[in-house]
Each structure stands twice: as structure tokens, then as C-alpha cells.
Design a protein around this ligand. Structure first.
Ligand code: SIN
Length: 330
């Protein structure tokens, strides 16, 4: 009986294919891995991409999103992508050091005065060229995505650089960020994002740097009594795929996906600005932590202490690139 039924189904499928002339091809599956919560600019952008692809390319392409380091932590996601275990990732720009030295320009402290300057630089020829800077390593940059400017959270108040001296701070895997903390005699520790909450909770570290969105969504504000609004650096992302996968896609599919990607990034960038303000307000409302506003004189001390890092990395990054990024402030 079962055999008869199976044969009938197979015959029906074959007749459909013969009638329509179309083989029922399997959809292309794109796994998008990331390390943050869904309620963040990156989380929302990834979900938007997935929804738009389902709406407009249903049947041809399916996007699966894996948030919160569910599939791979941030020290594994690039390898996973190059091995073909996932097809899309959007690591913080600070996490590309092994693939390109130039992208480190984005980590230089106090380089961008606001997100408009970041936008201007990212959309300039030099900014766009950085998306291609890892192609020899098999990585293709598909676009930039904002989170925002970073603040310093700590177990004690940080008003001037001397307050950070001797304190341990978790950083992303970037030598520029290490140098930035060394410049104020602090101790930087490169650790995965998924470990930060526990490191802070167990007091293995004294502080960390991040955006309001990540400080809120990861609950760092519940265990860090002080946040210094320093806006000292940038946390943005590059959406990447492996050249092998992306360039191997049929041209029409790739073009459609790139258009949807651009639309999703615009959506994510809009959310980033809103979330920065909203999550800061939620942190204030929680009364769990004090947000320290620096006086201009206090802020100048941080700038003066950290800015020599630019010179330190001038050779690796390129003076031209640093100058162009800085000029985007005008
Ligand atoms: C992220 O926003 O993707 C993670 C940032 C971090 O590692 O601090």
C-alpha cells in the first residue's frame, strides 16, 4: 500500500516537472551568524534581511539567522564562514585584524566626532575600497552597518585617564584597542563578547568599552556601577561573506540579494541611532548605574592621552587613510 502511494506521489511530481518544464530545485540556504542579541541594530538588520528575502525570493533563497553566539562565537565566525559552515557574518570592524591591517583605522580613538562623519568616510572611495581589502584572503565585504560610539563602563568612576590606571578592561581582538588602553596605563584583555558578562560579574576585569545598545542588551549596566560617556571610539560592523560562496552565486540571485542587503542596512542604521538614545534612557531609568558626563577639560585629557595611538599605527594603517578618515569630520 505504502509502496503504491509513494509511486503515485513520485509520478505526480514528475508530471508537474514535465508540464512546467521546471525542476523543483532546492533553495539556496544562507546561514547568517552573529554574536549580539536580536534587539540590537545588527540583530534587527539580520532579521530584516531574512524577512525581505523570504518575501521577495521565497523558494529561491532561504536565510537562517543565528544570534547571540548560538552557532559560533566571535573568535570562530570568520573561520566558520571561510569553511562554508555559515555564509554571512557581520563582525565588529575591530575583529578583522588578522585579515587586513587597514580596517584598523576604524578603531583609532577619538577619530570620528559623530556618526555622520563615519557615514561620510564609509561611503567615500577610500571607505568603499576597504570593503575589498580582504579579497585576497577569500573574504568579500558587502557593506558597513552601524552600532554607534563606544562608552567606558567600569566598577569605579572614570573621569580622567589616571582613574583607569592599573585597571583591567576587556577589549575586542584589536592591537589598536590594546594600545588605546595601554596609553592610559590600563591593562587590556582580548576576550570574546560572550564572556564579558561573566568576566565583569566575577570581577576578573574592572571594565569594558561598548555602545549603549550592547551595554543594555547584555545587561552590563546591572553589574557595572559607572558608565563614562566618552564617545571615544566606534563600534561598527562589516557584513562579510566568503568570496567562494558569494561570487559563486548565480548573477541574478546575487544582484537581488545585494539590493535587499542595502535596504536592510539602511533599516539597521536607522535603528542604530534610535537604539543608542533609547537604550541610554533605559539604563538611566534603571538607576543601576551612574552615567558620568565629562567636562570639556576632562575629555581633553583622554584625547591627549589616547591620540598618540594614531602615530603608533600610522605605518600599518597608512597615513593617507587616517588623514582621509579624519577629514570626514569636516
Ligand atoms: C558586537 O557588537 O558584535 C560585539 C561587540 C563586542 O565584541 O564588544
Amino acid at each position: 500500500m505504502l509502496k503504491k502511494f509513494t509511486t503515485l506521489v513520485a509520478t505526480a511530481a514528475l508530471s508537474t516537472m514535465l508540464l512546467t518544464g521546471v525542476a523543483l530545485a532546492e533553495p539556496i540556504v544562507i546561514k547568517f551568524t552573529h554574536v549580539v542579541a536580536e534587539n540590537t541594530p545588527k540583530g534587527q538588520m539580520a532579521n530584516k534581511f531574512k524577512d525581505l528575502v523570504a518575501e521577495r525570493m521565497g523558494g529561491k533563497v532561504v536565510v537562517e539567522v543565528y544570534p547571540s553566539s548560538q552557532l559560533f562565537g566571535d573568535n570562530k565566525e570568520m573561520e566558520a564562514m571561510l569553511l562554508g559552515d555559515v555564509q554571512l557574518a557581520a563582525p565588529a570592524l575591530a575583529k578583522f585584524e588578522r585579515f587586513t591591517k587597514q580596517v584598523q583605522v576604524f578603531d583609532l580613538p577619538f577619530l570620528f566626532k559623530d556618526m555622520e562623519a563615519v557615514d561620510r568616510f564609509q561611503s567615500s572611495d577610500k571607505g568603499q575600497a576597504l570593503l575589498k581589502s580582504m579579497e585576497k584572503k577569500g573574504v568579500v565585504g558587502l557593506g558597513y552597518l552601524h552600532n554607534g560610539l563606544k562608552q567606558l563602563s567600569a566598577s569605579s568612576p572614570l573621569r580622567v585617564p589616571a582613574d583607569a590606571s592599573g585597571k583591567k578592561f576587556r577589549i575586542m581582538t584589536s592591537d589598536v584597542l590594546a594600545a588605546q588602553f595601554q596609553a592610559v596605563n590600563a591593562i587590556p584583555l582580548k576576550k570574546a563578547f560572550s564572556e564579558v558578562f561573566t568576566l565583569l560579574q566575577t570581577k576578573a576585569i574592572d571594565g569594558q568599552e561598548n555602545t549603549y545598545s550592547n551595554i543594555y542588551s547584555q545587561k552590563f549596566f546591572e553589574i557595572q556601577p559607572y558608565i563614562t560617556e566618552s564617545n571615544h571610539g566606534l563600534l561598527d560592523y562589516m557584513i562579510v561573506s566568503s568570496s567562494e560562496f558569494w561570487l559563486g552565486l548565480p548573477a541574478d540571485i546575487r544582484t537581488e540579494l545585494e539590493a535587499i542587503m542595502a535596504e536592510s542596512v539602511t533599516f539597521g542604521n536607522k535603528i542604530a541611532g534610535q537604539k543608542d538614545l533609547e537604550d541610554k534612557q533605559k539604563i538611566i531609568d534603571s538607576k543601576r548605574t551612574e552615567i558620568i558626563t565629562l567636562t570639556p577639560a576632562e575629555r581633553s585629557q583622554w584625547v591627549e592621552a589616547m591620540k598618540p595611538v594614531w602615530k603608533q599605527f600610522e605605518k600599518e594603517i597608512g597615513k593617507d587613510l587616517i588623514d582621509s578618515a579624519f577629514q570626514s569630520n569636516n
